[in-house]
Each structure stands twice: as C-alpha cells, then as structure tokens.
Design a protein around this ligand. Structure first.
Ligand SMILES: [Zn+2]
Length: 260
C-alpha cells in the first residue's frame, strides 16, 4: 500500500486492518504514524505559534510542553505493536546484516524497560529470532523510585545486548537508564557488551545521543519541546497567554485539539 491508501484506511476506522505488509519495501511515514497515533488519542502537537487562544500541555513532571505522545495507548494492542516492531526491525536491518543464516547476527539479547517498552522489545526480539534462534529478551524492571534499573539475575558478560526504547525525551532519560541498567546488572563482575547504537521508536528529543555520548537511531522523530517551569525555565506558551492544562483530564484532550 502507499501512504494515501494507508491514511484513507486509518481515517475510515480501519487501523486494526493494517498489517506489516502495508509497509513492505518502504518505511512507515511520519504522517502514517501520526494517523495511527490519532486513532488511539495518543498524539497531540501545538498548532502554530504560541497564542492565548490555544492551550498547551502540563505534564506530570510539572514541565510544560508543546506536544504529547502516549505510546502505551497503541503499543498495548499486539496488532499495532507489530507494525512498529517491524519499523524498528527495518532500522536495525540498516545497521546489521539480517540473513536467514542463524546465529551470526551479533545480537544475543534485546533489552527494554518497564512498562511501555516491554511490548515492542518483545516483538522486535521475536522478529530477530528468525536470524538468531537463541536470542533472548530481558526486561528492565522498575525500582522503588520508579526508575528502570533492575535486571534480575544479570546478563552473561559474553553476550551482546541491544537496547531499544519506545520513547526518548532526554539524553539522560529511560533509554540511557536502560543501557545503564544493562551495564550495571552484573554488579562487580564484568558487564555484558552493549551494542551501539540504541534504537528509539518515538524520538521527541533534541539530543541524538545518550548521556555517555553514544548514538541513538530514531525510527520516528518529532520536534516537541518541554519547558522546565518548576525549575524556573520560562515557558513561551504561558508568556503568550496560553493556558497549561493536563492532557487527559476532563475535556482537556478535546480542548488541546481545538474541539472543545
Ligand atoms: Zn507554559
């Protein structure tokens, strides 16, 4: 299918009728991804210059933002998750030789963090198992502070570990935390080898590297800015008279989209 056909199908309510074959031989476009996100009320981006007439987003962290993407809203559906896992696989295929000859892939373990990145992590691993029959998937669990730091039982130091994430906002965020968890999971014993780059499904960061300077490969990129208002950063949207509202409270989602 081409982009026009996919957009028509999604807009007609047929998002669950899409299969990875719809995107065969090409990459999913940003417009297609946004259409899929919109089917699940999972995407919003500020339209135009800051103004009093349109509100902007107040995030749970207290930061203000001109965009909002809730990946868990669509990754919880296996039929949707597989579409995006296939897109991640295509990006991996640009960096690694994917052949049907088993065990020469050079990826032994895929890791991703709880909770939203678990589903795509598992699906990507399942797709890669075609090329390495013994590939493993290992989730990074959250600690008491809600940070993904816990890998139970560690990882064999001889193994090569691929880090993937569903969303990246900052260089020090959960993509980095996932990598750091893998590096530290064996305690005082040698760490497993971490594959560079890491792969990120939705990249809404200005940074193309993690905290250690290692590169990330974005599958879909969005120019979304956050403003750290609680720490004194000025928000240009507030300055223009726009109201900061929690995206999912009351009818705020409709208000953000200009529908209420
Ligand atoms: Zn603001």
């Amino acid at each position: 299918m081409n982009e026009t056909e996919v957009l028509k199908m999604v807009k007609a309510g047929g998002v669950f009728d899409l299969s990875p074959l719809a995107f065969e031989g090409r990459r999913m476009t940003t417009a297609e991804a946004v259409a899929i996100f919109n089917s699940f009320n999972a995407f919003w981006q500020y339209n135009g210059e800051p103004c009093a007439g349109r509100p902007h987003a107040l995030l749970k962290s207290g930061k203000h933002s001109n965009g909002f993407i809730a990946c868990k809203e669509f990754l919880k559906y296996p039929r949707i998750c597989i579409l995006f896992a296939n897109e991640i696989l295509k990006a991996i295929g640009d960096k690694f030789i994917l052949s049907s000859k088993v065990s020469n892939l050079g990826i032994d373990v895929v890791t991703s963090s709880a909770y939203s990145a678990i589903n795509p992590g598992w699906e990507v691993t399942r797709l890669l198992s075609k090329y390495n029959e013994k590939i493993e998937y290992i989730a990074v669990e959250k600690d008491d502070q809600g940070k993904p730091t816990v890998i139970r039982g560690g990882i064999d130091p001889e193994k090569k570990v691929l880090v993937i994430n569903e969303l990246m906002t900052t260089a020090k965020g959960s993509t980095w935390e996932t990598k750091e968890a893998a590096l530290k999971c064996n305690g005082d014993k040698p760490a497993p080898k971490i594959i560079v780059p890491a792969f990120v499904l939705v990249h809404r960061s200005k940074e193309m590297v993690l905290a250690d300077g290692s590169p990330v490969v974005p599958i879909l990129h969005f120019d979304i800015e956050d403003f750290d208002v609680p720490n004194g950063e000025e928000c240009p949207y507030c300055k223009a008279g726009s109201e900061a509202i929690r995206p999912k409270n009351g009818n705020n989602w409709q208000r953000l989209h200009g529908l209420a």
